[in-house]
Design a protein around this ligand. Structure first.
Ligand SMILES: [Fe+2]
Ligand SMILES: [Fe+2]
Length: 151
């Protein structure tokens, strides 16, 4: 959705304000509240109980990257508000924040896939993994299961 909006902005076309507001909601609720909530409330603490040597460094990095997502989300919300008020002047800030978000995620995902998950596989027992899974299931109703499903 963001890439589609970015292409339209680059072509000088208008982007539906409702879609932009939905993107802000998606970042706030799905990425931050739900996804980061699962990681920070359940996965990260479980890994610090029985850490492999570089765990704390990896977790510190990922926590700081989650704070970066928070900053990007606030930037997106601000850019979208500006776009709604003035779609011509507001175009460039929205396009810029989309590019920042697009540039951020591949490396963040790489770090979780190739630094965090191998640690998790190494230190978490099957029962600990089940416990974390139950924690994850508790988070989804907090944003509303229907909202989660809709995202
Ligand atoms: Fe994360
Ligand atoms: Fe993640």
């Amino acid at each position: 959705m963001a890439f589609l909006a970015d292409e339209r902005l680059a072509d000088g076309k208008a982007v539906d304000a409702e879609m932009l507001r939905n993107l802000v909601q998606f970042m706030r609720m799905f990425a931050e509240q739900c996804h980061h909530g699962k990681e920070e409330q359940y996965l990260f603490p479980a890994l610090t109980k029985n850490p492999v040597p570089h765990t704390r460094r990896v977790l510190k990095t990922l926590e700081s990257k989650h704070r970066r997502v928070h900053t990007l989300t606030n930037g997106l919300a601000q850019a979208v508000s500006g776009y709604v008020l003035d779609p011509v002047a507001g175009r460039e800030p929205v396009a810029t924040i989309f590019r920042d978000i697009a540039a951020f995620y591949p490396r963040h995902i790489w770090k979780e896939e190739y630094l965090l998950f191998p640690i998790a596989k190494q230190v978490l027992s099957p029962s600990e993994q089940e416990e974390i899974g139950r924690g994850f299931s508790d988070i989804e109703p907090e944003i509303g299961s229907d909202v989660h499903h809709a995202f």
